[in-house]
Design a protein around this ligand. Structure first.
Ligand SMILES: Cc1cc2nc3c(=O)[nH]c(=O)nc-3n(C[C@H](O)[C@H](O)[C@H](O)COP(=O)(O)OP(=O)(O)OC[C@H]3O[C@@H](n4cnc5c(N)ncnc54)[C@H](O)[C@@H]3O)c2cc1C
Length: 376
């Protein structure tokens, strides 16, 4: 039986960020993932936006990690040469009701220590973004975009530089608590398994986190929060990019998504999305039929969108803890003080802004494991 000090399950942006924080302070570390390579899960199917931290409830983990993580991420991208752009974002209102909603968003942002939002009138908006229609807008200068894959490759580089390593094609299928550690079995295909013992175990398996939790013999499964697959579909814009910033509508009051917005990637391609589609299974197909709803939503702020300009792009699935119509849920980070198992940290519901938050989550989990008494 191989003995490894610390195991992180999940080689997505969050698992890798946790691993890079832990690698310098533990004896040895492994990141295991069922996929052959890092970053094949939720982390490869998102908007790649560095969020400012505007919308999340005050004192939530989402607000805290997003605001801290954004700052850390900009510094990291700069020092580690990860491609990013601090392009800024506009939240565009049309009409009195939405303008009032902007005031609410400003107040929420201020409560989260996001103090740099600017209120723009229709004139300024049309000068800066001539293709965008709106009666007012909020400008967020600290919003940006990042290459998620470059970021993850860089995190893995940090892990490896500190003696950690990545084991792909290793699907965790069983975990047993054994004395002051865990015996983990990973299915490596070809009917074989990789069995090892570790002292510390971090479940950062994204859409698989609930399944992993439920394989832990000795963990109270009633503590596993229910998972809802919440798909977000994207359509890409054919032709020239008409925008200078990311363009968002006023978000849906349900809090399930941020509304069908226009995001730029680092190559200047415009994509619209993601919408909100709860489904029963992990299905990534983008149905052409959803296109008509996109035209309606987008034309509210981009009226010159031409028929036929949208083509199906890709879809991502949010690992949501809230079902359709339920109130917004926060990230869940379970530690010894929740489940009583020493050395075990489990993350659930790491949807947006998980990418932005990754470095802050990494630091938080490393602190939890090194000084659990501080968090009880
Ligand atoms: C549509 C959409 C848009 C988003 N937009 C943004 C955005 O613009 N900005 C932002 O900050 N965030 C955004 N997010 C959120 C962000 O993408 C996620 O929070 C982040 O990628 C989560 O990373 P992760 O490492 O937790 O999950 P993942 O990247 O999914 O990593 C988990 C890994 O665990 C592995 N795994 C699962 N089960 C097992 C098992 N049994 N054994 C071994 N390995 C296993 C998977 O293969 C996977 O690689 C968005 C999310 C979605 C869905």
């Amino acid at each position: 039986l191989e003995i490894i000090d610390t195991c992180v399950i999940g080689g997505g942006v969050v698992g890798l960020a946790i691993a890079r924080s832990l690698a310098p302070v533990v004896n040895d570390l492994i990141v295991v993932d069922q996929a052959p390579h890092i970053g094949q899960g939720v982390s490869s199917r998102n908007s790649e936006v560095i969020h400012a931290g505007i919308y999340y409830p005050q004192d939530s983990l989402k607000a805290r990690f997003c605001v801290e993580g954004k700052q850390l991420l900009y510094e990291y991208c700069e020092s580690h040469k990860v491609s990013y752009q601090r392009c800024g974002k506009l939240i565009v209102a049309n009409g009195d009701d939405e303008e009032q909603a902007l005031a609410g968003i400003s107040a929420k942002a201020a409560a989260n220590d996001v103090e740099d939002l600017q209120h723009w009138g229709a004139k300024k908006l049309s000068e800066v973004e001539p293709a965008v229609a709106g009666t007012a807008a909020l400008y967020s200068p600290s919003t940006g975009i990042v290459s998620a894959h470059e970021l993850m490759a860089s995190y893995l580089g940090d892990v490896e530089a500190n003696g950690g390593f990545f084991a792909g094609s290793s699907r965790v299928v069983s975990i047993k608590i054994d004395g002051d550690g865990f015996v983990v079995e990973a299915d490596v295909g070809t009917g074989e398994s990789f069995l090892f013992r570790c002292r510390q175990l971090i479940n950062s398996a994204g859409l698989g986190a609930q399944q992993v939790a439920n394989t832990i013999d000795g963990y109270d499964k009633a503590m596993t929060p229910e998972l809802f697959f919440c798909k977000g579909n994207y359509f890409t814009l054919q032709g020239r990019n008409p925008f200078n910033h990311l363009i968002y509508p006023v978000p849906d009051p349900s809090g399930a998504g941020l509304g069908v917005h226009a995001t730029l990637d680092l190559g200047g391609q415009v994509k619209f999305g993601p919408d909100v589609e709860y489904q029963e299974s992990e299905d990534y197909s983008v149905s052409e039929a959803r296109c008509s709803e996109f035209y309606v939503a987008i034309r509210k702020y981009f009226p010159s969108l031409e028929d036929g300009a949208l083509v199906p792009g890709y879809a991502g699935i949010r690992p949501k803890l809230q079902g359709p119509g339920d109130p917004v849920r926060d990230f869940v980070v379970q530690t010894q003080s929740d489940h009583g198992i020493s050395g075990l940290v489990q993350l659930f519901g790491i949807e947006s802004p998980g990418l932005t938050s990754s470095l802050a989550i990494g630091q938080y989990v490393a602190d939890l494991l090194s000084e659990p008494e501080l968090h009880e």
